[in-house]
Design a protein around this ligand. Structure first.
Ligand SMILES: [Fe+2]
Length: 311
């Protein structure tokens, strides 16, 4: 692969190759699947130091009752405690529209810094307007402890990691490459299911295609960990791990040979048939606040707003 025009991707590829050659540079990964929202959360850790990151956690939410609970998050808390892990990062690949993040709860239980992509600021601006949030809602990403730019590096204990900006599903989507494993959020799904939708405010199918092709330029044996799975025709089990090589040969939407225009036509037509995610209003409203509920009103209760006839 010629990376001359993309030095960030070249650095990610080098990191992955080093990790493929040296087991000590590969993280241990546990996936936690939430069947209510089809979301996979990950606990990723460095076996040498037990330093860990939690990626894309889920707060259980009963929309009809307006009630949150911590069953899913507590499975992660138990796993972290049982394995004596030290959580340094609580990472969001993007502001999710289908589930509320449990990152603030996990932070209070386990510690760690909340992180997301820098362009969350753009998402905060769009949805701050949609929800008519007051001036007390900061649109500067300050609800997070760290905003990642494309190519920013960090470490998970002794393991190298790098953030990649992969917009398209939303403007702020990031992928995080930790050792030889790439956590790709909502870009690509299992090869038999395809790709994420690109029709949310700020989404763009053309940008999504370019982001996916960028990820698929990584080494073929790069492990890819997905944010969602919905099974697929002929597959009865949930799955969330695949490789660059398997995506390039078999992804039903973006395998090698599919052109950008073909993808955009397919994605745009398909997105027109999709209903809004059930939890989009509560999820986005809370997730742009770093997973914190809107400030309580004078009776001590937090309210979730629904803009009527606005989307
Ligand atoms: Fe998403």
């Amino acid at each position: 692969m010629d990376f001359s025009s993309d030095t960030v991707l070249a650095a990610a590829a080098r990191q992955i190759e080093e990790a493929r050659a040296d087991k000590a540079k590969r993280p241990s990964i546990a996936g936690f699947f939430d069947e209510a929202t089809n979301t996979v959360s990950y606990v990723v850790h460095d076996p040498a130091t037990n330093v860990a990151a939690i990626i894309d956690s889920v707060l259980d939410y009963d929309a009809a009752a307006g009630r949150t609970s911590h069953g899913s998050a507590n499975l992660i808390v138990e796993y972290v405690r049982k394995n004596d892990l030290k959580v340094e990062w609580l990472i969001e690949t993007h502001a999710h529209a289908d589930h509320i993040s449990a990152a603030p709860y996990l932070q209070s239980e386990l510690g760690g810094k909340l992180a997301i992509g820098r362009d969350i600021i753009r998402v905060q601006d769009v949805f701050g307007k949609l929800f008519n949030a007051g001036t007390d809602f900061q649109r500067d990403g300050s609800q997070f402890d760290r905003l990642f730019d494309d190519g920013e590096t960090f470490r998970l204990g002794t393991i190298d990691a790098i953030a990649l900006h992969v917009p398209g599903h939303t403007p702020a989507d990031m992928a995080f490459v930790i050792g030889d494993a790439a956590f790709v959020g909502d870009t690509i799904f299992m090869p038999d299911f395809g790709t994420a939708r690109a029709d949310f405010p700020g989404g763009d199918a053309r940008e999504l295609f370019r982001s996916i092709r960028r990820l698929l330029a990584l080494p073929e044996d790069t492990r890819l960990f997905l944010c969602h799975d919905y099974k697929a025709p002929g597959r009865d089990e949930y799955a969330w791990e695949t490789t660059v090589g398997l995506q390039r040969t078999g992804n039903v939407h973006v395998r090698d040979g599919v052109s950008e225009d073909e993808f955009v036509a397919m994605r745009t037509a398909r997105d027109k048939t999709l209903a809004m995610p059930k939890l989009i209003m509560p999820s986005v409203q809370v997730n742009i606040r770093g997973g914190r509920l809107p400030d309580p009103e004078d009776n001590g209760v937090s309210y979730i707003k629904i803009p009527v006839n606005a989307v």
